[in-house]
Design a binder for this molecule. Structure first.
Ligand SMILES: [Zn+2]
Ligand SMILES: [Zn+2]
Length: 122
């Protein structure tokens, strides 16, 4: 995989695959111009398949951030965050349903209605 910009320390940042920052092009993900101090990858992007099984390719740059945003790792983390924000518990004191938003210094859930600190289930 070709990459451009300053080395960000990833295993893919092999000096042999480093290319000049394509400042005259736009990112394939967000459509914004690639700036001289940006980091990212360059992918071969097939624009047309030819009858003889060859393909016309352009090299399509992506910002590093745009690439990371679009990978499963980040998406999975975002999904976990969302699931955690939806989880609820019933306050042992006032019996009202609460979300796990407030916590005390020990990390125990705190009821936002009555302030009761919940004992963690064992
Ligand atoms: Zn981008
Ligand atoms: Zn409560």
């Amino acid at each position: 995989m070709k990459w451009f910009g300053a080395d960000w320390g990833a295993p893919c940042c092999d000096a042999a695959d480093h290319v000049d920052t394509p400042t005259d092009t736009t990112c394939g993900y967000c459509g914004l111009a690639i700036k001289a101090d940006d980091q990212g990858f360059v992918f071969p992007f097939i624009t047309q398949l030819l009858p003889n099984d060859e393909a016309l390719c352009v090299m399509q740059p992506w910002h590093l951030d745009c690439f990371l945003q679009n990978t499963g790792v980040v998406t999975r983390r975002a999904r976990e965050r969302e699931a955690a924000s939806r989880a609820t518990f019933v306050c042992a004191h006032c019996q009202r349903e609460q979300r796990f938003r407030a916590r005390d210094t020990a990390g125990r859930p705190v009821c936002e209605d009555c302030g009761y600190v919940q004992e963690m289930p064992r």
